[in-house]
Design a protein around this ligand. Structure first.
Ligand code: PMP
Length: 371
């Protein structure tokens, strides 16, 4: 039976070839037994972790003065680890708020010091550089590069020209390894991997080495980046299976042509769905301003919101699953991560057209309106 196209926001779809490789290797990872049974300090797992780090370094062209760490605990743990490690002797951090995930990160940072809001948006667009004001006294400036819930994405990182000594921190959880990145612009990049790069269990942290060692003695070992750096991220038993799946994902991305190819595919997929929304304004509407539209999470609504559950149900019956919007914003959301084939986006656009024919709406569409 054909698998459905899975538009879930994360955990999310994985390439079929990766799932099949997991299936074929699950009893024997090459050493006679399963990776699920292997010691984390043995040659197989340590070799895999080192190779995973090397592949990430090569894919993102990460300079040598950056370390690559694998931390358990997912995104929420990074919300705490960032201030615990980067505030140093300072008491002020800065956050650019563009939606629910940057807001959640800022809220967690308040446990550790004062927080300056450099921009406070409502989740419909990302700010221009002239709208962001960073206090030069701050220890770091954090933002979320792709807001998974609201569907807004920065095209380029915020400019730090006015405050060049302030480290820029990016949450790339939902657009990690989906396009080339100039890592040298950042103090720290982190990403939970369960969207573009594997299954839940780890966050990848890419950290400029001069930012190591700033955590105070009170910071627990497991929350101190230096401990991960010194131990090659194997201070204790790491989530081996999650690391294994990311290792397969890194190879899959390489086979597909690397990050330029991932970006081309991301633009192709998202354009197909945005074009469907824009071509049927009497039926569908998006709340995100066009310049801020995410390549990863397409958030939209039916003009007749009562039809939303019908759309979700009929789409699932047609093999397009997990299209309901996040509970906080409602509507619909199509998550189109690395592993979503363009055929999935085409199938969704065709379904949207078909649905519009079967449920014609008689509404007047406002002429102006930049969404
Ligand atoms: N940041 C972003 C951009 C996210 O999308 C998410 C989860 N969807 C998180 C942080 C939180 O991640 P976790 O569930 O791993 O804590």
């Amino acid at each position: 039976m054909a698998r459905p196209y899975n538009f879930a926001a994360g955990p999310s779809t994985l390439p079929e070839s990766v799932l099949k490789r997991i299936q074929s290797e699950i009893m024997d990872c090459g050493c006679g037994y399963s990776i699920l049974e292997a010691s984390h300090r043995g040659a197989v797992v340590m070799g895999m972790i080192r190779d995973l780090r090397a592949r990430i370094r090569s894919l993102l062209n990460i300079p040598e003065n950056y370390d690559i760490l694998f931390c358990p605990g997912g995104g929420h743990m990074q919300f705490a680890m960032v201030p615990m490690n980067l505030l140093g002797a300072g008491t002020l951090s800065t956050y650019i708020i563009t939606g629910s995930w940057s807001k959640a990160a800022a809220k967690e940072a308040l446990r550790f010091g004062r927080v300056q809001t450099a921009y406070n948006g409502s989740g419909t667009r990302v700010p221009g550089d002239d709208e962001i004001e960073i206090n030069p006294e701050t220890s770091y400036c954090a933002y979320c590069e792709n807001e998974t819930v609201h569907g807004v994405e920065f095209k380029v990182p915020p400019s730090m020209e006015a405050t060049p000594s302030v480290p820029l921190v990016a949450d790339q959880s939902s657009n990690f390894l989906s396009r080339p990145v100039d890592v040298s612009k950042f103090g720290l990049i982190w990403a939970g991997v369960q969207k573009n790069f594997g299954v839940p269990g780890i966050a990848v942290v890419i950290l400029r080495r001069d930012l190591l060692g700033l955590a105070s003695n009170e910071v627990p070992m497991m929350l101190n980046y230096s401990v991960y750096s010194r131990s090659e991220s194997v201070m204790n038993t790491p989530p081996v299976f999650a690391l294994y799946v990311s290792h397969l994902m890194a190879q899959w991305i390489e086979e597909k042509g690397g990050l330029e190819a991932m970006n081309r595919l991301a633009i192709e997929r998202s354009t197909i769905v945005y074009d469907a929304i824009d071509s049927m304004p009497e039926m569908y509407t998006g709340h995100v301003e066009k310049d801020s539209r995410s390549r990863m999470n397409v958030v939209f609504r039916l003009r007749d919101e009562q039809l939303t559950p019908v759309f979700v149900k009929e789409a699932a019956a047609a093999g397009l699953v997990n299209l309901a919007g996040h509970r906080s914003v409602g509507g619909l959301r199509a998550s189109l991560y690395n592993a979503m084939p363009p055929e999935g986006a085409v199938a969704l656009a065709n379904f949207m057209k078909d649905f519009a024919h079967r449920h014609p709406l008689n509404v007047t569409v406002p002429v102006a309106g930049g969404n």
